[in-house]
Design a protein around this ligand. Structure first.
Ligand SMILES: [Zn+2]
Length: 577
């Protein structure tokens, strides 16, 4: 062949490629690239939770996909209400609009500037307003970019503090009221108790606007999606340490009513209902809250169980972890049956892990006999609330009062002479001050060093975008090494004008709220399971310390969706091939 004919053939080939390749690309389906993503959050699961309780379906996905045994939460506060937005936004809490359980509404997004809010009890519209004010895109927006405005994003959970941060998308209206009408936001616990089959204590689910699709039939009273959520339940109102945070009927456990199974079964069934009825879904986040509830009540290493079918079995971790695992298997089977498993990226992770209160600095005394009053704890009015809430929070906002703290926090309040406006304490301590001067912040950080279990304390810097180490206490070598590697970087992720003025880090296995607690920098709180499985994802594990903030860009890269790296705090991690 002459050189000239070679050239002609090359040119012809290039011309043909120019015509054919865009057509192939436009056809959309890349056989090696997922076109859907299902994120399953095992709330409060640790890597050892999966081994300890033999979660076989999760283990099968770990084996099939790319698993990250050293995955980290990667931010503080390491809590449900923070992490569920980090994972769908790729933003650190300092850029999200809220960064802790307590929020100082500096910009007046929710009302009067400077007012306080307990974020876990905010409404979906309040989260939406903060997200819109933050002005960042979320996973549902990127899926709309790629697959069209009619693609659906679905969030399902047993907690509003999971479903609302994970789900809402910005409509650009700026009023926090409009959501993409295609999306679904559904959680098990509507705001008011009701009666069903002549029994009280029932709840209908809450579908944050827009309303859930007709195939959920929520207008029919007492249908499958209604569950009994009376409190306390399954004996947890009278046993320590569980009774300070007892079960609410079948909100976090399945119960025994086959027509109204609750807990993680409810969430998985709702997800499967969507998979079966709604081919238009592109993204789904299902948050399973059972492991979290058991971990809070008993500690994350709870191994107690009871006779099959007993209350004792129902209220402990082995049964609930097994239940969660079965739901993972059910959802994967539903994808397979519907013929979409080979186009779905499945991500399994946790919003935070937990440590056990071997040194517990909360109080165990609990509400007087009768149904607990959820409105707070106020010795002045005699109002009593769940002891867990009175341990976790100190302070008051427009509708909640927490003024009956543990002795340790009462000591902090007294040491600060009236300057302690709000505090939150679980596996870390965050304090918000009335006087926010540098001297006040330094004084608070210093006072925190005197509290039990504290290993280090920080104050917010003058620019309110970083923390400055104020002091350290003695710590064991292993603790010191982890603190040196990760302490500063984790604390800094929540530095914002709305974040705490002073922060204390705690020793491993010290808690202030309940027996099993989250929130802090400790390795045992930060190390979470993380697995990606799906088309084009290999089975080689990675030792990288992937963080929750990295999940969004990793999903986008894996699905071939464009994004601007400068918009995100997270970085894409290459999955095994
Ligand atoms: Zn959580």
């Amino acid at each position: 062949m002459t050189r000239r004919r070679w050239m002609m053939l090359m040119l012809a080939g290039l011309a043909l490629a120019a015509v054919v390749l865009p057509a192939v690309a436009q056809a959309g389906r890349h056989p090696d690239r997922p076109s859907r993503v299902l994120i399953i959050m095992l709330d409060q699961a640790r890597p050892d939770t999966i081994e300890r309780y033999g979660m076989k379906n999760v283990q099968a996905l770990q084996k099939k996909g790319t698993s990250f045994p050293n995955a980290l939460v990667g931010h503080m506060a390491a809590e449900t209400v923070i992490s569920h937005n980090v994972i769908t936004s790729g933003q650190f809490p300092k850029h999200m609009g809220w960064s802790n359980e307590v929020h100082r509404d500096v910009d007046g997004v929710l009302g009067t500037p400077g007012d306080f809010y307990v974020t876990s009890s905010m409404s979906c519209n309040q989260y939406k307003a903060l997200i819109e004010h933050g002005g960042y895109k979320k996973l549902p927006d990127y899926l709309d970019d790629r697959f069209g405005e009619t693609s659906k994003f679905v969030t399902i959970a047993q907690k509003r503090s999971a479903v609302c941060p994970a789900g809402p998308t910005s409509s650009g209206a700026g009023d926090g009221t409009a959501t993409d009408p295609e999306d679904i936001i559904l959680q098990i616990r509507g705001s008011s108790a009701t009666t069903c089959d002549g029994l009280s204590g029932w709840r209908s689910p809450e579908d944050a606007n827009p309303p859930a699709p007709d195939y959920f039939d929520l207008a029919t009273p007492c249908n499958r999606w209604w569950t009994w959520q009376g409190s306390p339940a399954y004996g947890t109102g009278s046993i320590l340490p569980a009774r300070i945070y007892p079960l609410e009927g079948n909100r976090f456990v399945p119960g025994r009513d086959p027509a109204h199974l609750g807990g993680d079964v409810w969430s998985a069934d709702a997800a499967i209902r969507v998979i079966q009825n709604d081919p238009g879904w592109r993204g789904m986040l299902v948050s399973l809250g059972g492991i979290d509830k058991m971990g809070h009540m008993w500690g994350p290493e709870d191994e107690e169980t009871g006779p099959s079918g007993s209350d004792q079995e129902m209220r402990h971790m082995p049964f609930i972890a097994k239940t969660a695992d079965e739901q993972v298997g059910k959802m994967v089977d539903a994808l397979k049956t519907r013929g979409v498993l080979d186009e779905t990226l499945v991500v399994i992770t946790a919003d935070h892990a937990a440590q056990t209160g071997r040194e517990f600095n909360g109080r165990f005394d609990t509400f007087p006999p009768g149904v607990p009053d959820m409105n707070g704890c106020d010795p002045a009015t005699g109002s009593t609330g769940l002891r867990s809430d009175c341990n976790w929070y100190y302070g008051r906002d427009a509708d909640e009062v927490y003024l009956d703290p543990s002795p340790a926090i009462a000591g902090l309040r007294d040491a600060l002479g009236g300057n302690l406006r709000f505090s939150y304490q679980d596996g870390h301590i965050g304090t918000w001050l009335s006087d926010q001067s540098r001297a006040s912040r330094e004084e608070a950080a210093k006072a925190l060093l005197d509290l039990p279990g504290v290993i280090a304390s920080y104050r917010l810097n003058d620019a309110e975008d970083n923390y400055r180490l104020a002091g350290v206490n003695r710590m064991e070598l292993r603790e010191l090494l982890w603190f040196l590697r990760h302490g500063n970087e984790l604390v800094d992720t929540m530095a914002a004008p709305y974040g705490p003025d002073a922060v204390a880090l705690l020793k491993t296995d010290v808690t202030y709220g309940v027996m099993g607690d989250h929130g802090g920098h400790n390795r045992i709180v930060q190390n979470i399971p993380m697995v990606f499985s799906g088309p084009g994802v290999g089975s080689k594990d990675s030792n990288r310390e992937i963080r929750l903030v990295d999940v969004l860009p990793t999903i986008l890269e894996t699905m071939g969706i464009d994004y601007d790296k400068r918009d995100l705090d997270g970085r894409a991690v290459r999955l095994g091939r």
